[in-house]
Design a protein around this ligand. Sequence first.
Ligand code: ADP
Ligand code: MG
Length: 349
Amino acid sequence: MKKNICAILVFISIVLNFTSCDSSRNKYYEKSNIVMDTVVTLSAYGENSKEAVEESFKKLDEINEMASTNIDTSDIYKINNSSGESYVQVHPEIMKMIETSIKYSKLSDGAFDITLGPIIDLWGIGTDNERVPSDEEIKAKLPLVGCDKISINEEESSVMLQKKGMALDLGGIAKGFAADEVLKIYKKYNIENGLINLGSSSIYAVGKNKDNNKWSVGIKHPRSEDSKNYLGIIKLSNEALSTSGDYERYFIKDNKRYHHIINPKTGYPADNGVMSDTMVIDNDDEDKNMLADLLTTTVFILGPEKGLNLIKTLPNVSCEITTSDYKIYTSDDFKDRITDLNKEFEFAN
Ligand code: ADP
Ligand code: MG
């Protein structure tokens, strides 16, 4: 089990009913729980807010049971266990994540890569086994990495990894996918206001908050332990936000930070001066949270120049990239979206 989750006392479940919003149309329901190694908080206003939130948590559990690398009945576990040997039939949800990942692997010249499983395993970042592997160990595993070595049989809805020892890891896409599924459930229950929060990985702001304002989301200061010390604030309404950072899961050895976002070309944590990046997507596309999630990981690896070039080609996507010299690079329309900018940082462009 992941170290940071072990540290969180057993189980958090908060259910709040705000008396100020007592008309049934505005009935408020909020619940937090740990799913996918993340503290997930779902809140909703509406007649069916409780049903929407409870059904969403069930769906999140289902997705985790399909996508986890550890649960031996999951599609991903079975694919990894059958690498180099046989095809495994998968749920449509898993097929969608794999096919989208392959698409964005190509688009990003291999920066986003779900076949990093064997390398992620070597580093063990965030687990009790985290360590710096030797160059030789990493070089021995690199030939097992590459989305071109995933075979898909669409008719049978099955997947096979071509080489023995290959392994998929959906950690860079699954939470975004899950947030999209929660949003579908919110729509089914006519939830017009609420917040879907899967850690900083994936946040979707539905409508407005209880004061009828846009939702305010604080972007974490990448180096401050104080959770209230933000990099800046972003106001959102019916938009998806995702952040990736080198402070999420990491360890420090000999004054060097080793974090969980791996450059598939080297097998080492991305080392191009990026501390964090944040993506906002405001379209009606049903995949917006999934896209935001995978793009933050991708842009983190590409760095400011290549990252912004990729973002420019994608409609309704904007982003900021924070580098270790405390500079913030933004896509054209993003600078104005950051309010309360922390004085330690300045815009680079
Ligand atoms: P978080 O899990 O905090 O949302 P990210 O969205 O940045 O963080 O995803 C990082 C996770 O994605 C890693 O923990 C790992 O499971 C996986 N991963 C790491 N490097 C890559 C990569 N280059 N491409 C795709 N997935 C990756
Ligand atoms: Mg993420």
